[in-house]
Write a new protein. Structure first.
Lengths: 496, 496
């Protein structure tokens, strides 16, 4: 791929000036159109060291209104990022709809020797990496993001020349380190690695654009032309397409048979004495396992879904009660904020993923996409249908990082819910817990049931299986969740 | 202070159980009342090493609903925090209204040898520290936050005993480091330091509560009693008080005479040639200074305020055009989000303060509090009156850290504004820039003028002075801002 491209191509100053005439104005105008159309643009800069990013970035940004773009640099992996799945920091900094985000280096870097891992990735890690990255890009693209991937390509001779020049001047010598020199020395091997990376990540409707960068004028012109071309095409495509995005989703088949919820025995009970004894036992156990998680630097994510009044809050409370409070966070999920609505629905969850050694407990979660958003029509059919695969991929990314994932669906029957609603309505201290919306949701029981069945069927994976917890007996449900969590954690931590 | 307290006091198990009866339920009920009343509670844990926080925190948190509290640990200063003013990370993690935030260690730690600086603070740094901390707490308290400061006190013998016990067990030995042992060895000297810290930060209606912690039952009981007492008193005070907060603000005096805006000569012009030449000159200069800022690890904050259509956007664009885009961020400020409204008005700005070596440019800023919020009645009189001192203190905190602060007020006259409004309305590409609100604001010119005068008079400080920029000639205004910025930066960086 890269070896077919000649980075030494040049353009005369005069031809450059002529070709650039009007392009800067065009770029400024397109920024306004992006803002008006309300989609995010993500421009990624990758390439050789000393390929001239420092000169090219201003050429791109000068014509733009600085209030509506943002530049993020991802050179070094800092502590916060190193303790989370590698895509975390790229998720966190995603531009909002209508804005242009420029990433100076991107997630692709992780696959290369200059990336997160000093010695490069193993074959297995490499496979996971490409799977995760391609799924991530697909999710963003399907959500309407325009991703423009630029690779700045310089020849070995030119790179060497630039390093020499930088090193001559004491004021710039620090900008060349041994890894840079190494890159030049092993230019051909690196060329292959870059080519492979681009080949494996150039699909998904998000191709790489190689910018020949020996000549800075040629590079600037090509960069601006590529960006203008992609933005114009994207605006054109949006006008041509249905607003719901790609519809070619294999998941759009018949509803799966209801088999998850009916299989749960809701009549089982636990005695008060038995409950007390087991609660103490498992709370102590999970507290010990919590310390072990910290020592082993493993992170854990709990997802709590279930019917209104199914006992999520009480269950979470018993789960966390004896955990070291410095090690976990409970994240209650309500209606999304404006900031959250202006980005991919997964954004607000991915940015809150726990650090290694810590636990995050989501009280409702990203599964809202295929439950409440589906039932209430807040997501289009295309959107919630493709969400199954998006969610599976996002969870696989956590799993690949080493995160342990629990997904509990607290199940109660309709009679039990009614009993609890009435009990709450009668208790002045609990009355706030029950709203008109709860009653309205109850009327849609069948629709929610159908959504739950499909969600359980499509997103229960080997690496992140669902557990449907029988919830009519609250106490029993708490023990079920705790016991299950302890068992999995013991296995994962090699204690069982 | 601390030396008057006997940490060895005990309580029998039986008396403890009797005294605790009902207190946990009370705490749970108060959490609901905090939520309903909608004020933030901040509980700070400080104290000796091995004072038993690990046991006390669960005692506090067990009765609470984990969805409405959050625990933050501030033991180590990580990279992100080390490159910013020391209060930044405490600002960033403030709980929202109605929530309880528990800080495991707090900003007070910074003053102690275990804090940010290995060798403790110099006399000057110490003075700045206490000034900054007390102003910070006052701002939060006046905003309605209940701050409860707990100091866990153990005797020298008990601390020694706990260290010995931890070190005996290979599973816990790592929890005792040399700094801990040092603390015990120099117990009396540390006692004095803690006492001094508490004396200097115990005012502001936010006293320290010393928890005698040799006996864990005694400690738990006292901790819970203190917290219940403070929350109950706070709810009582809120009911008794006017909702606008403290009104004893010395700033509530006569309006200052209008002297800032009339002093500006709006007739001065710059020729197009002169402009081009100076623009290139100063843009190159500030670009060089930007690299020097990075090398010297100095951060810079720009505030742009001014009339609608006074040219802020264009001015910012010229300021940033040749800066390394990886080194600055432009932050446009609009109406606050729900998240932002649920915290002190300064929160959304403080959390975005630039890292050392970087620039942040605010297009409108915290001065909205004393401009638009004052004029439109979005802040009460007590709120905007006390904001002058709050803002001055917040800026002084940045200054104490080493941040360079620019505050530009772009001034145009009413005729010029009308001319620009009409021009915008006539241009299809610029029409979006002008809204009904702009016309409504224009009708309140006199009120805004008065607010601007008072703002300039009360918040132009030695460490963060205002520059009123004559804006009728846009080009001239750009050169004025750039030239001024270059001059100050050269002085600050020792280049002039």
């Amino acid at each position: 791929m890269l070896d077919k491209i000649d980075p030494t191509v040049t353009i005369s100053r005069k031809d450059f000036k002529a070709a650039m005439a009007g392009l800067e104005g065009k770029l400024a105008e397109l920024q306004q159109r992006v803002k008006a159309a309300g989609f995010p643009v993500l421009i990624l800069f990758e390439g050789w060291s000393a390929a001239g990013k420092g000169l090219l970035l201003p050429k791109l940004l000068n014509p733009l209104d600085p209030r509506y773009f943002e530049v993020r640099t991802f050179a070094k992996v800092n502590e916060e990022a190193a303790m989370r799945p590698f895509l975390w920091r790229y998720w966190r900094d995603l531009p909002a709809k209508g804005r242009i985000g420029v990433y100076d280096r991107s997630w692709h870097r992780t696959a290369l020797p200059q990336g997160q891992k000093k010695r490069g990735l193993s074959a297995r890690e490499s496979e996971n990496f490409y799977q995760d990255v391609n799924a991530f890009e697909k999710t963003l693209i399907d959500d309407g993001t325009l991703i423009i991937k630029l690779f700045l390509h310089v020849s070995r001779e030119e790179q060497k020349r630039r390093f020499d020049e930088l090193r001559k001047n004491p004021g710039t010598a620090w900008r060349v380190d041994s890894a840079d020199l190494q890159q030049n020395k092993q230019y051909n091997a690196n060329l292959k690695k870059f080519s492979q990376m681009m080949k494996k990540t150039g699909g998904n409707g998000s191709p790489w654009h190689i910018i020949e960068a020996d000549d800075k004028h040629y590079a600037a012109l090509k960069m601006i032309r590529v960006i203008i071309g992609r933005i114009e095409a994207h605006i054109g495509n949006r006008l041509a397409e249905a607003p719901s995005g790609s519809n070619d989703n294999p998941a759009a088949t018949a509803d799966p048979a209801a088999r998850w919820l009916p299989a749960v025995d809701l009549t089982e009970r636990i005695s008060k004495e038995d409950y007390k004894e087991k609660l103490t036992f498992y709370q102590n156990k999970i507290s010990e396992l919590g310390f072990l998680l910290y020592a082993r630097r493993r992170s854990v994510v709990f997802v709590y879904e279930g019917w209104d009044a199914s006992g999520k809050g009480g269950n979470i409370k018993r789960l966390t009660q004896r955990l070291d409070p410095r090690g976990y966070e409970v994240i209650p999920i309500g209606a999304p904020s404006a900031d959250e609505l202006s980005r991919c629905y997964l954004w607000r969850f991915m940015r809150r993923m726990p650090k290694d050694g810590h636990l995050a407990i989501f009280d409702r979660s990203w599964y809202g996409r295929v439950m409440v958003e589906r039932v209430e029509g807040l997501a289009s059919e295309a959107e919630w249908r493709r969400a199954y695969a998006e969610i599976n991929a996002a969870e696989r990314h956590l799993y690949n990082h080493g995160t342990i994932i629990f997904k509990f669906f607290l199940h109660i029957d309709k009679d039990e819910q009614l009993r609890r609603f009435e009990e709450r309505a009668a208790d002045p201290l609990k009355r706030y817990k029950i709203t008109d919306e709860d009653w309205r949701n109850r009327d849609k029981w069948a629709a929610y049931e159908k959504s739950a069945e499909e969600m359980l069927a499509r997103t229960s994976t080997e690496y992140a299986p669902w557990l449907v917890v029988a919830g009519n007996d609250k106490r029993r449900a708490r023990i079920t969740a705790l016991e299950y969590a302890c068992g999995v954690l013991e296995r994962e931590l090699g204690k069982a």
